[in-house]
Design a protein around this ligand. Structure first.
Ligand SMILES: C[S@@+](CC[C@H](N)C(=O)[O-])C[C@H]1O[C@@H](n2cnc3c(N)ncnc32)[C@H](O)[C@@H]1O
Length: 206
């Protein structure tokens, strides 16, 4: 890579990172992507394998990943820059806060939540992302008819999630047939390679 190419790569990686103008005010969609297109959000996107694979597969859609760990944010923004994708960006922010207070109301056609941290100890359950309050935030985030897709390997957490989903207003559970060539998250590939079951839930906003 020569100097010019390196500078272009750094600029593309910096563009991939979305830093809101104001963290205390709801953002406009046009602040995230210049282009108007259906938006999918990957909350807690980790190393971004799923985000990037989706952005490559569906160039006509926009993809926003959120993540709280700086190292992962840097990795994903570099990967987006390297791939030259204009339809993927990443935001460093906590998922509940982003859904509840920052992201535009009704902006997402699909919200993906892959392998959220299970917080297995009982006295840590209050840290789990899936709580009644989070479902209200998701309802607000998703466009009418839009979807929430959840995957986890952790059965006790999945049972917890199912109880939260059963209480949530405004969503219906829908079938989620296996699509063998649908992009997989890093954690999904890891657990599938070990032959472990993946628990899945797909919701539609009524
Ligand atoms: C188990 S990993 C799964 C990563 C990716 N979704 C996947 O399926 O490969 C969970 C990711 O969510 C991030 N995370 C956990 N809680 C979060 C929160 N409240 N807000 C933002 N990111 C969070 C973690 O830093 C981690 O990268």
């Amino acid at each position: 890579m020569n100097k010019q190419q390196h500078a272009a790569f750094i600029a593309a990686a910096e563009r991939a990172l979305w830093t809101p103008k104001d963290h205390f005010q709801r953002a406009e969609l046009s602040e995230i992507f210049e282009r108007t297109a259906p938006l999918e959000i990957d909350l807690g996107c980790g190393d971004g394998a799923f985000l990037l694979a989706m952005a490559k597969r569906y160039p006509e859609r926009n993809f926003l990943g959120t993540e709280r760990l700086l190292g992962r944010i840097e990795k994903v923004s570099r990967a987006i820059g390297r791939a030259g994708f204009e339809n993927a960006r990443i935001l460093r922010l906590e998922s509940l806060y982003a859904s509840q207070w920052l992201l535009p109301i009704g902006c997402a056609e699909v919200v993906h939540i892959g392998f959220p941290d299970p917080w297995p100890k009982r006295h840590h359950h209050e840290r789990r992302l899936f709580q009644d309050e989070f479902m209200v935030a998701l309802y607000q985030l998703v466009t009418p008819g839009g979807e929430v897709r959840i995957k986890t390997d952790d059965l006790p957490y999945f049972q917890w999630i199912e109880k939260v989903l059963a209480r949530a207003k405004g969503f219906e559970r829908i079938e989620w047939p296996e699509e063998p060539d649908y992009p997989r998250t890093d954690f999904e590939q890891h657990f599938l390679a070990q032959g472990l079951p993946i628990h899945r839930a797909r919701l539609r906003k009524i």
